[in-house]
Design a protein around this ligand. Structure first.
Ligand code: GLA
Ligand code: ZN
Length: 688
């Protein structure tokens, strides 16, 4: 196990802070001064500044006003508060949109937006790129060596797409580069269908609701192009900053999960940062565990992007302003949800925002400092408590997470599977399905990486790739090799259907996974909510675990080609056909689940059985109550365990026989611990 260096050697502690917009308060100098006192009181050591500050930094084209930023950064440096300085490209000044309309985005309806909002700019526009280059170099020249600076924060949550003429041209160039000839594109996209064959490059256009949406290969390549284009724009920003201080670490905060392939973006960044906004207290029964697993899965993905700790760049200290109904965090939830990030590999807890703005759209979004303006609030006390705890957790900074299991959550696949028209147009539920499988491990307290199928596979004992609809021949071979060499692989219905350009695999599904799985999927259908079927586990072959589980959404009819059936369908004309299979290949095993099981208990049981067989470690060697998880960070000597209760009840957790210290009290704990609702325990033990 490794111990990674902190994000910045200037600040080798857990980071605690927020997005801060002093430019909104320039008419209130007393407030800006008071903020420093309050930041110290809340044990904040870092602020993200400059996000959306462009017009304050460049009120007229070529006229720069840095005095306010100078003062702010100097004051931070004097008070021991560090800074992530943002480039302001997330929103542009009105003068720019007025003088250079080409910077504004064009919608898929081919209509150019008016000025307004944020993220409303074209990533191809040469003018926008030039203006960004100018402001970024001015910022870097002035602040790259400022004592308060610990990192660059590029723009803000890149996302969205533009359909202007520049973007169309770039798209064609991107395609030419990828395919070489029109003939290759026409074949890859199967354009002879409905006479959609392209006979000149100029005929190729981005998808649009009033134009082309039916060529799935085009849709998929457009998404890849938009993602690549956005990444290239981010790289353009980085290339300008880098020379001014080559060691200064650079990030961009991620959250627009559907528009950018973050695995590719990650390669351009020095460290990963994530904005987390789970909608806590959303369910009727008060059970937050599903949401907690959802949030955990994304944290694990962020850690897996670079296989090292990441930064929680934004989270809300109380409520948001964009949910249909915004709930306050219940007592305990702020600490629990903040430390959840740390448990999964974050070396910071940061908020949007430090101070609630007085006007405009986010004036009711949660903040550390409310409009009342002082520290005597429940939210402030919660934040200050987390600040104190983080300060004590200094030894956790840089600690790794030991992982033996990976879940595959792939961008190409998620784009393709959701675009397909087929057996379930009422909702294919890809991410929800991945979450169900992930949830099994979360309930068991087994740490998981979240990877892409193109990532390194051989370091894991078990890889779970639910609904791997899109998979190339080559990746199919890599999975086969992984299994032959001793790995275990689990996949489900609706896998191995199309290749990398969205063409169906010929010769029988699941295409390149067929020989690995030892099955042939002959037909599959969608299930209505009213359809009743189930799978029944065969006692003799399924790890002494029997039971019947309802089948949902998709049912796949398979033939055994070397695999054995562990469960079978109970009814319909396909009763007794295999529904869960296991195939031994070389030194490894692969499993195929032919239908979706809604009951989450199934996944906990399935992965408990497989993990047991493979000798995969649980963080605590006990069965945890439903809604409770345990995560671990370690350098291979000391182990920090984060035991978290997201269930709606008080929970007792029996400990195994190892020697545990309660990190918060420093006292030894034996026997069991009791976790209140929204309760968290941090335990320390020695590695074995
Ligand atoms: C995003 C943005 C922030 C803010 C929050 C509100 O994460 O990055 O600027 O708008 O949402 O939840
Ligand atoms: Zn454009």
């Amino acid at each position: 196990m490794a111990k990674f260096p902190p994000i910045s050697s200037k600040l080798p502690v857990m980071l605690h802070g927020a997005d801060y917009n002093p430019e909104q308060w320039s008419h209130y100098p007393e407030i800006i001064k008071e903020d420093i006192r309050l930041m110290k009181l809340a044990s904040c050591n870092v602020m993200s500044v400059g996000i959306f500050s462009w017009v304050k930094l460049e009120p007229e084209e070529g006229l720069f006003t840095f005095d306010w930023m100078d003062k702010q950064l100097d004051s931070f440096a004097d008070n021991g508060i560090s800074v992530f300085l943002a480039t302001p490209s997330g929103a542009r000044p009105a003068w720019m949109s007025a003088k250079y309309p080409e910077v504004l985005r064009v919608g898929s309806n081919r209509v150019r937006n008016l000025h307004g909002f944020r993220h409303n700019h074209c990533y191809s526009s040469p003018v926008y790129r030039e203006k960004v280059a100018i402001i970024n170099s001015e910022l870097a020249r002035r602040y790259a060596n400022h004592p308060a600076l610990i990192g660059w924060h590029i723009s803000n949550e890149f996302g969205g797409e533009c359909h202007c003429d520049y973007c169309q041209q770039n798209f064609r160039d991107w395609l030419r580069n990828k395919y070489g000839t029109l003939e290759a594109i026409n074949h890859a996209w199967w354009t002879t269908f409905w006479s959609h064959t392209y006979t000149s490059w100029e005929q190729i256009e981005s998808p649009s609701a009033h134009g082309e949406t039916q060529v799935h290969g085009l849709n998929l390549d457009w998404r890849r192009f938009v993602s690549d284009m956005t990444i290239e724009f981010c790289k353009h920003e980085i290339d300008i900053l880098r020379p001014y201080h080559p060691q200064m670490p650079i990030t961009t905060n991620m959250h627009m999960i559907d528009s950018i392939d973050y695995r590719k973006l990650a390669k351009e960044l020095d460290f990963i940062s994530w904005d987390a906004y789970p909608e806590w207290h959303y369910t009727e029964d008060g059970d937050d565990s599903r949401l907690a697993a959802w949030s955990a899965m994304h944290y694990d993905m962020m850690r897996s992007l670079k296989n090292k700790p990441f930064i929680l760049m934004e989270s809300t200290p109380s409520l948001t302003n964009w949910q249909s109904v915004s709930k306050m965090k219940r007592p305990g939830m702020h600490k629990l949800s903040s430390l959840q990030a740390v448990a999964h590999g974050a070396d910071s807890v940061q908020y949007f925002q430090w101070r609630k703005s007085r006007g405009s759209s986010e004036k009711f979004h949660g903040a550390v400092i409310d409009h009342s303006g002082h520290e005597h609030t429940r939210v402030f006390r919660d934040v200050a408590e987390v600040g104190e705890l983080l300060a004590e957790l200094v030894d956790v900074v840089g600690l790794d997470t030991p992982v033996e299991v990976a879940i595959v959550l792939d961008w190409d696949n998620r784009w393709a599977v959701k675009d397909a028209q087929g057996i379930r147009n009422s909702g294919i539920h890809y991410e929800e399905t991945v979450l169900q499988h992930y949830g099994g491990f979360w309930e068991l307290g087994i740490p998981v990486d979240v990877i892409g199928i193109e990532d390194e596979l051989s370091k894991y004992k078990l890889i779970v790739a639910p609904m791997l609809y899109l998979i190339s021949e080559n990746d199919g071979k890599r999975v086969q090799q992984f299994v032959e060499e001793g790995g275990s692989f689990v996949t489900t219905y609706w896998s191995g259907i199309v290749n990398e350009t969205d063409l169906c695999h010929l010769g029988g599904f699941p295409g390149p996974l067929r020989s690995t799985l030892g099955i042939w999927s002959e037909e599959a259908e969608g299930l209505h909510e009213r359809d009743r079927n189930s799978i029944v586990l065969r006692p003799e072959s399924a790890w002494n675990w029997t039971g019947e589980y309802d089948a949902h959404e998709i049912a796949d009819l398979i033939h055994l080609e070397g695999a054995e059936a562990l469960a079978e369908y109970s009814s319909d004309f396909y009763a007794e056909r295999p529904a869960l299979t296991r195939h031994t290949l070389g030194k490894g095993k692969s499993y195929y689940l032919a239908t979706r099981i809604k009951d989450s208990d199934f996944y906990t049981k399935l992965y408990a059985a497989i993990a047991h067989e493979l000798g995969i470690n649980r963080v605590l060697d006990v069965m945890l109550p439903q809604g409770v998880t345990a995560q671990i960070r370690t350098d291979g000597e000391s182990e920090f365990l984060f035991v978290q209760n997201f269930s709606p009840a008080v929970q007792t957790i029996r400990l195994d026989n190892r020697h545990y210290i309660d990190f918060m009290t420093g006292e030894r704990v034996m026997g069991s611990i009791e976790l209140p609702i929204n309760g968290l325990f941090i335990l320390k033990r020695k590695a074995e």
